[in-house]
Write a protein that binds this ligand. Structure first.
Ligand code: PHE
Length: 454
């Protein structure tokens, strides 16, 4: 304790740094991989509208509450809940679940990120360039079913992320995301403009922005809400951890709103970069998870200078994935190093080793461990299911209930007013009411429906 007091806690140093790091966490494979393929296979604009509603109604309030709790406690996620909850109540378990979710997400996320990293180099080498999806499909399959390639690329990803985290919060996470985020926007805009200029691009735009409400089923509602949570990195202690690095004068609701809007903008730009091109060259938008790795290379192969654009595309996806993974790994690293007093570098390395082991189960699920199934799922699918369909919604419900019914309106409002300097009482009132009544119920209904309970 005394030692903790002596050493100032690391945190984000500038307002732009806060925004870049938080946006870096939100933006990720969710925008570049999940969002396009879910939109593509769930009927386009109708899905988009539901996703938007879920983001505003559930995502934003939960995000605000998580950041607020983190900043108030200025501690790792487990210590934060111990500090803020009434003595002896086990609310800290919410953060323990968060740590577990972060590790599980990292286990499969690093695998997909590994494919994305690999594709940057394969695109540079020109080996992906074919207009025939059968060829691009064979290239993808041979990569994921080769245990050596799958593992090595995952390790490359882990080393990059670990290296940045070793530099710390302000000199590592903040410094890197501050540089990478602007580059990400630049690349996206270039690709979006290129795609829009293709003859026949209008069909893609129409698909993305013209809703077909008949396609909105219970399943679509479910994936839209799941995506809203995953996108905003909420329900699993990430935003609480980053909140603890926020400056005291940072306007939390405004920052959260900016992050949400910019994240949405990135998703839309990714959609604009992808769908017009997909339609222009006559590909199907609903090819699912493989859209990014099979359809996209074939699409680029049709374009003049397709290779250059393909390198730009996968570079952009790598950048997006890096910011998200930094925030994921920071959750267990900060909890273990602060709570147990372990040294940060050693804790980081320990987590990397842990993830290399856990992750290999996912990396090899298309080769050596393809017949290892638990509850009828490969490890990849199991980790995805437990983290995003169980732990994240449970975390979201628990945090809403905690703020709405335990922590209470007065503390919430005081924390969000930055010591009375911000006059945002009305807005806080609305967010509080949503957290108290709307979010927990809505998340519960959608989660149970997703689990097939009714
Ligand atoms: N928001 C990230 C994405 O869209 C994923 C993520 C989830 C990051 C949870 C942190 C925590 O890719």
């Amino acid at each position: 304790m005394t030692q903790e007091k002596k050493k100032a806690r690391d945190g984000f140093s500038s307002s732009f740094g806060v925004l870049a790091a938080t946006l870096g966490s939100a933006v990720g494979l969710g925008n570049i991989w999940l969002f396009p393929y879910l939109t593509g296979s769930s009927g386009g604009a109708g899905f988009l509208i539901v996703y938007l509603a879920a983001t505003l109604l559930v995502g934003l309030p939960v995000m605000i509450s998580e950041i607020t709790l983190g900043r108030q406690a200025k501690a790792d996620a487990v210590s934060a809940m111990i500090k803020l909850a009434p003595k002896g109540r086990p609310w800290w378990l919410v953060s323990v679940f968060g740590v577990l979710a972060a590790l599980m997400i990292m286990a499969f996320y690093t695998e997909v990120a590994g494919w994305v990293f690999a594709y940057v180099f394969k695109a540079i080498g020109g080996s992906l360039l074919s207009t025939d999806p059968k060829v691009t499909s064979a290239a993808f399959d041979s990569m994921v079913s080769d245990p050596v390639q799958a593992l090595v690329w995952q390790w490359v990803v882990l080393v990059v992320i670990g290296g940045i985290l070793l530099m710390g919060v302000s000199k590592g996470i903040e410094a890197v995301t501050k540089r990478l985020m602007p580059l990400l926007f630049l690349l996206l805009i270039v690709l979006g403009v290129r795609s829009l200029m293709l003859p026949g691009a209008a069909a893609g735009i129409n698909f993305l922005f013209h809703p077909d409400f008949s396609k909105i089923t219970a399943q679509v509602l479910l994936s839209a809400m799941g995506l809203a949570f995953f996108k905003l990195s909420i329900g699993m202690a990430t935003m609480m951890t980053y909140g603890s690095y926020f400056r005291d004068d940072q306007n939390i609701p405004v920052t959260a709103f900016r992050v949400m809007s910019a994240d949405l903008f990135v998703s839309l730009l990714a959609g604009i970069a992808i769908f017009p091109a997909v339609f222009a060259y006559g590909f199907a938008p609903g090819s699912g998870p493989k859209l990014l790795f099979i359809t996209i290379p074939a699409v680029f192969a049709n374009m003049p200078f397709g290779n250059v654009f393909m390198v730009a595309f996968f570079l952009l996806a790598s950048i997006a994935a890096i910011g998200a993974m930094l925030s994921l790994l920071e959750v267990p690293v900060s909890v273990m190093s602060e709570r147990f007093g372990w040294k940060r570098p050693a804790t980081t390395v320990l987590n990397l080793v842990l993830l290399a082991v856990l992750g290999s189960g996912c990396a090899l699920s298309a080769s050596l461990t393809s017949d290892v199934e638990l509850f009828g799922m490969t490890l990849f699918d199991l980790f995805d299911f437990v983290s995003t369909k169980l732990l994240m919604p449970i975390g979201g419900i628990a945090l809403s209930l905690f703020v709405g019914w335990v922590w209470g309106r007065d503390r919430f409002a005081a924390a969000l007013s930055n010591g009375g300097t911000l006059d945002n009482g009305r807005l806080v009132g609305v967010v509080y009411t949503v957290l108290r009544y709307v979010s927990p119920l809505l998340i519960l209904v959608v989660m149970l429906k997703g689990l097939g309970v009714f």
